[in-house]
Design a binder for this molecule. Structure first.
Ligand code: HEC
Length: 126
């Protein structure tokens, strides 16, 4: 990846998560920023590429064209993890800004392993 072409926002986000993930993943500070930065532009609200929304736990469990995106407790069995870790450029998510950094993938993986907890109101940023 040519860093010169990476938007500044992405660099800022990457810098913020450079530390190894804490064993206790916090949805709002660890997981949500990754989804917002790399996924929501295509999987949020009415924008459901692949018929998949990534804006609620319910939407992830329901999944898209291929079925559930996450299986709580089973990151390797979760389509979301498969699509961010694949080496096939046709399948890779996010399509253009990928692959995610390993630390980001580890956060998503650990979050799913812990059962993918999702606070009642993820838009409440207080
Ligand atoms: C630029 C738009 C775009 C972004 C950003 C994006 N996706 Fe996608 N995504 C798509 C499109 C288009 C499809 C449908 C085609 C396909 O399956 O490859 C898709 C499909 C998927 C699927 C398969 C859905 C199904 O049931 O078949 C998953 C899982 C997925 N995306 C996860 C993610 C994740 C996780 C992120 C963020 C890390 C992300 N996507 C970011 C465009 C995007």
């Amino acid at each position: 990846m040519n860093l010169a072409t990476v938007p500044l926002l992405v660099i800022a986000t990457h810098a913020a998560v450079e530390q190894p993930p804490d064993p206790a993943i916090d949805f709002r500070t660890d997981v949500l920023p990754i989804l917002q930065t790399f996924c929501h532009q295509c999987h949020y609200g009415l924008r459901t590429k692949g018929r998949l929304g990534l804006d609620s736990r319910e939407a992830m469990l329901k999944g898209g064209r291929s079925g559930p995106a996450i299986i709580p407790g089973d990151p390797d069995g979760s389509l979301l993890i498969q699509r961010v870790t694949t080496r096939d450029p046709q399948d890779m998510m996010p399509p253009k800004d990928g692959p995610l950094w390993k630390v980001e993938i580890d956060i998503l993986r650990e979050w799913i392993r812990q059962g993918a907890p999702w606070p009642e109101d993820p838009d409440d940023q207080r």
